[in-house]
Design a protein around this ligand. Sequence first.
Ligand code: GDP
Length: 202
Amino acid sequence: AQVEQAEFVKSSVETEQCPSDGLPEFALVGRSNVGKSSLLNSLVRRKKLALTSKKPGKTQCINHFRINDSWHLVDLPGYGYAAAPHEVRTDWAKFTKDYFLNRPTLVSVFLLIDASIPAKKIDLEYASWLGQNKIPMTLVFTKCDKRKKKKNGGKRPEENLQNFLELIQKFFQTAPPWIMTSSVTNQGRDEILLHMSQLRNY
Ligand code: GDP
């Protein structure tokens, strides 16, 4: 399930522009600063690949990467960026939701949640929207290497995970699969790749 080959394919500003080769794909999405680029780089073991999508003008696009010539990793713009003007946020919601609802080759959305801070309302809303619309989802907890530093510092990743899973139960009959990761230690990298390969062969 390892990544032997990874190449940037294209940036699309709408679903219709996405590659039409029919390859199965997995979309990474999460709040700005959740660690999405770091995870993408850790998955493909290349430091510069995801930088393509960090270039000005590319961050608001759907970015496709072709892996091993047989499937796509898709980098979606981060949500919940506080400084973004209202219309940018509304556009973001419209265009990613359109992608989720109208992309038949999308196998599963990998929703990234920062495990080093308490669960955010926007993440729950996002997860519940995906659930209500029956979009297959995998939860990926990021920054699991971070530990409580100060007396009243953040919660340990394990506590935050429990917290989020409890909150999310409200929206689902069965909790979605979840994976603990860290781009610092590469925890969870093989698990994600294995999970993706199992989903492709299902
Ligand atoms: P993005 O905005 O979601 O693409 O997030 P980035 O990948 O740019 O990461 C945001 C910040 O979190 C950066 O300062 C990273 O160094 C840090 N970060 C990302 N992943 C991890 C992780 O697994 N562990 C720790 N400790 N920090 C991380």
